[in-house]
Ligand binder design. Structure first.
Ligand SMILES: Nc1ncnc2c1ncn2[C@@H]1O[C@H](COP(=O)(O)OP(=O)(O)OP(=O)(O)O)[C@@H](O)[C@H]1O
Ligand SMILES: [Mg+2]
Length: 648
């Protein structure tokens, strides 16, 4: 079996891929278009005026919807528009939904479009990934018919003189609000004596590498950072040639704000930049222009997507003058995932892409266990009685927890809004795992080894104080006790009893029969003796006690099970254990205890006889062939479970 599940997804043959590449490049060639502005007006514009006059926000919003076109047809617009991000970002649907709402509102002309979008989140929480997805999404979209863009330098429609724009609006139904750049204005005058109809226009494809429609700015040392990186500067060599500093040709138009024109400008670590940069950017979003020396206001239409982390943000907040600036930003929190299942998918993604993990087997619980630890470090304290962190964690992962209805999750989340803004980052966890692999030079990593690796990383982390280290190590203990022990026992137990599933199903059906009898005060007919008797209350309780259903809570528990069974029945399905997490736990536990003695006998004898040895090796093989273990981890799981049993 391949070491990692992700490796199993085949992506088609090489030939298929080459096909895709060549059709991509053919398409790309076919889509090219060049002509004069007059030809553009005659051939391209009719029927597409609205699309061609889109603002950058409208363009981004359309792009998001375009990427969502293959989503579930009955999904809401917001859900569809999130599709692009869902490729790579897991467990942060809420924040994504807010990002999508921002673009929708901005595209509709709402005032939010005049404010800069600032993503605020903990380190390695997916902010850059979101920006990357958006940028790649734009590049892809600009290659489609729907996303076709044309340019001189800037939008060619800006060539239409102000005096003719009203007529243009009447004819094509769209407003042109942009202006030519100083460079383009000069170009039209100089090369075409103002005859703008002859100006060449071409189709452009957004591309970050070529700095077309996508600009990125990352602050380096703030003392040397120069605003010229953003808006350009006088090009002295050209001045020498042209002889006039005020000539647009003598200005270097290489700043990030120009690269981003009509698309997006990603501002990394925005709060680290000098305040003069910030003012410039805020004016740019608000007024759609920048002012540089020697030129009149330069019109620029672009979406600014900025990000920053919490530490920077708090530092920024401390300066009074910054308040007004924050007012002009739309701040969207991008927290860590809070469901361990989503978190585990993140690790899976990171791990399957890393060379260190190639040919390394992870036991089936490694990533989930790491994720449980991760979420535990992120959870806020719940005020509620009886809702300990493990329970909360399970609720957040969509698992049924006794005494708390699923609908409570929303309210719980609202009680601790800062949850997910702190805690361990996916990078920390994945680094810990890969350190363990490289250092141990191992090809197999078990859950227990993972816990040790995490412990090691926590202890050697220089940034953490002793108190936090202790808290995180306690989380490791909780993750092991409350989750791993249960998971591994379940595996070993199932592997020991091959017919487990079938037996468990039978037991479930027996439980249901007895419950129904007890609820209606009916008699049960014994299938063997044919005698009738009252419902077997002792059996029912012995199952329920496995999951700590109290005597006073048993009636509501039973009713709920019967209700779920009825739903399945009405849908013409068999009520299965998989559809009821708690029943499943109870029944597995029941069967488990019933057979515990057998297991003890087999695994704990110091000198197992041949018969016992044979039994162990069958279990081990089954763990390997059916439950995702390899030989090393199967052995360890067996001996671990034996120790657990000895303690019970
Ligand atoms: N919710 C998530 N879903 C999927 N992957 C995630 C998620 N959060 C983080 N990651 C992954 O973790 C890694 C780090 O994320 P990224 O660089 O986007 O974080 P960031 O928020 O920009 O961090 P920083 O503040 O340190 O710049 C990336 O590989 C990213 O794909
Ligand atoms: Mg980043």
């Amino acid at each position: 079996m391949p070491p990692l599940a992700a490796d199993q997804n085949s992506h088609g043959t090489t030939a298929d891929f080459i096909d895709t590449l060549s059709s991509f490049s053919r398409l790309h060639r076919a889509q090219r278009w060049e002509g004069t502005f007059g030809e553009f007006l005659a051939n391209i514009l009719p029927g597409h005026a609205v699309a061609l006059a889109r603002t950058s926000h409208e363009y981004v919003w359309d792009m998001l919807r375009w990427h969502g076109r293959a989503a579930q047809p009955d999904a809401s617009e917001n859900v569809r528009a999130r599709e692009l991000f869902k490729r790579e970002l897991f467990g942060i649907d809420e924040p994504l939904s807010r990002v999508v709402d921002y673009f929708k509102a901005a595209a509709a002309g709402s005032d939010v479009g005049r404010r800069l979008l600032l993503m605020l989140g903990p380190p390695s929480g997916g902010k850059s990934t979101l920006a990357i997805l958006l940028k790649r999404g734009l590049e892809e979209y600009s290659r489609t018919d729907e996303g076709a863009l044309y340019a001189i330098r800037g939008n060619p429609l800006n060539l239409i003189p102000t005096s003719l724009r009203a007529e243009f609006r009447d004819r094509y139904g769209v407003n042109i609000s942009g202006e030519l750049s100083p460079w383009a204005r000069d170009f039209v005058e100089r090369e075409f004596e103002g005859d703008f109809v002859r100006v060449p226009v071409e189709r452009v494809f957004l591309n970050e590498a070529s700095r077309i429609g996508i600009g990125t700015y990352a602050p380096h040392d703030p003392t040397t950072a120069d605003i010229a990186d953003l808006v350009g500067s006088v090009d002295l060599a050209k001045v020498a040639q042209i002889g006039d500093e005020g000539d647009p040709r003598a200005w270097s138009w290489s700043g990030a704000v120009y690269a981003a024109s009509r698309g997006v400008l990603e501002m990394i670590e925005i709060l680290k930049v000098k305040r003069e940069f910030l003012y410039l950017l805020l004016t740019l979003t608000q007024e759609k222009n920048v002012k540089v020396s020697r030129f009149p206001l330069i019109h620029l239409d672009e979406t600014i997507l900025a990000h920053t982390n919490l530490a920077e943000f708090h530092k920024f907040l401390q300066e009074k003058e910054n308040e007004a600036l924050l007012d002009r930003m739309v701040i969207i929190k991008i927290p860590y995932a809070l469901s361990y299942r989503d978190e585990s998918r993140i690790y899976q993604k990171l791990v399957s892409g890393a060379p260190a993990f190639r040919n390394v087997h992870l036991d089936p619980h490694v990533l989930n266990l790491a994720a449980v630890f991760g979420i535990l470090t992120r959870l806020g304290k719940s005020e509620r009685e009886g809702l300990d962190p493990p329970k909360k964690l399970r609720l957040y992962a969509g698992e049924a927890v006794e005494g708390v209805p699923e609908t409570e999750v929303v309210r719980l989340r609202a009680e601790t809004p800062e949850e997910g803004m702190t805690g361990v980052s996916p990078r920390f966890v994945v680094n810990a795992i890969s350190n363990a692999i490289t250092r141990g030079n191992t090809h197999s990593l078990t859950s227990m080894e993972l816990l040790l690796a995490l412990k090691d990383s926590i202890e050697s982390d220089a940034r953490m104080d002793a108190k936090q280290k202790k808290a995180w190590i306690d989380h490791l203990v909780t993750a092991r006790k409350e989750f791993y022990n249960r998971w591994v026992k379940e595996d070993v137990h199932r592997a020991m009893f091959a017919s487990f599933e079938e037996e468990a199903q039978q037991l479930l059906e027996k439980y249901l029969d007895e419950v129904e009898a007890s609820l209606d005060h009916r008699q049960v007919t014994d299938p063997i003796t044919g005698e009738s008797r009252a419902a077997d209350e002792r059996f029912l309780r012995s199952v329920e006690e496995k999951i700590k259903v109290s005597d006073s809570g048993k009636m509501s528990f039973r009713q709920e099970v019967v209700r779920k069974a009825m739903v399945a029945f009405k849908a013409g399905e068999r009520f299965k254990l998989v559809s009821h997490a708690r029943m499943r736990e109870a029944i597995e536990q029941y069967l488990f205890e019933e057979r515990r003695d057998v297991l003890r006998l087999v695994t704990s004898t110091a000198r197992p006889d041949d018969d016992a040895r044979q039994k162990i090796s069958v279990v081990q093989q089954r763990l390997v062939s059916e439950y995702g273990y390899d030989e090393h981890s199967a052995k360890e799981a067996l001996s671990y479970v034996t120790t657990l049993l000895a303690q019970e």
